[in-house]
Design a protein around this ligand. Structure first.
Ligand SMILES: [Zn+2]
Length: 300
């Protein structure tokens, strides 16, 4: 069972299940690009259109790795606003340019969709250079699509999370439920907020109401962050935190293009220069859990 993540053929075991794009059950990034700041590939791969998989060759993987380590300093976290990672992958495949290096499914299963050497288009950021400096993970979570009254593209008449025997449970369409790797997996939020269950905070000007990610997702995500930091050390094991207020900022950061570490899509993209305003990974995301874990990890 593979537990490795890969950059320029360099592998590291992160201690949790990772389904690689090379496995039979793998999901292959449909829209890879070359990074403009890396030179060990055909530069024609830097622009659209997407090409056949065989076209994506890394010349001199060792030198390519050294280059990648120098240029990639952000790990950007996203929610996918989908039912599951398979659903997210279907949307990426239907698009002519979208992709993400990793998907994190509801049950904590990780998918790596291509070598980290390649660029995937998940977050242009406000300077439109975001994908050049980043690795991305799309984490399965419906965000406000789970709320009947706020759902936009997955419209339903009742909230997609319902309380059953005191526990909030997500009802997934059978087509997606059956494809989750863990048989019979029940999707429940790691934390809940009061009676209503969902969290609510303002991000880049919009109130984002959403149920939390699952416990399995947090555990796998933390292992993934540590692994990504080992492979690409310019991605420091830290998350945005304001020492003055003692809070994790949720809005776009001032120095977003320079930040070296793990951050959210919303931290790099409030919607300038023609890019869309973003809110993910959203109001329920537990930034302080990541901060505490990384601080412990640094001491050990
Ligand atoms: Zn995003």
């Amino acid at each position: 069972m593979n537990q490795n993540i890969t950059a320029c053929g360099q592998k590291i075991n992160i201690g949790t299940r990772v389904i690689s794009w090379q496995e039979k059950a793998g999901l292959v990034c449909p829209n890879k690009r070359g990074r403009a700041n890396c030179s060990h590939h055909d530069p024609k791969l830097n622009d659209a259109p997407s090409r056949q998989d065989a076209a994506y060759k890394i010349r001199k993987p060792e030198s390519a790795y050294a280059e990648l380590v120098q240029h990639v300093h952000q790990f950007v976290l996203h929610y996918d606003a989908c039912y599951s990672s398979l659903h997210c992958h279907q949307l990426m495949t239907a698009s002519s340019f979208k992709g993400s290096h990793f998907y994190l499914d509801l049950d904590g299963t990780l998918y790596q969709t291509c070598d980290l050497y390649w660029k995937t288009n998940s977050a242009p950021a406000d300077d439109q250079q975001g994908n050049e400096r980043s690795v991305h993970v799309e984490m399965a979570n419906l965000a406000w699509e789970a709320l009947a009254r706020e759902s936009e593209w997955l419209h339903t008449d009742r909230d997609k999370y319902q309380k059953k025997k005191g526990r909030w449970v997500l009802s997934l369409p059978a087509a997606y439920r059956k494809k989750i790797q863990t048989a019979g997996f029940q999707t429940s939020p790691s934390r809940t907020y009061g009676e209503r269950g969902y969290f609510s905070r303002k991000i880049n000007g919009r109130v984002v109401r959403m149920w939390d990610f699952t416990e399995e997702q947090y555990r796998a995500l933390i292992k993934l962050c540590i692994g990504v930091n080992h492979l690409l050390p310019a991605i420091k094991l830290q998350v945005p935190f304001d020492n003055k207020s003692g809070r994790h900022p949720l809005d776009r950061l001032k120095n977003y293009s320079k930040y070296s570490g793990i951050l959210g899509h919303a931290h790099v993209q409030k919607g300038e220069n023609g890019v869309a305003r973003k809110y993910d990974p959203g109001s329920a995301f537990n930034w302080s859990r990541l901060k505490k874990t990384f601080e412990k990890h640094a001491k050990s």
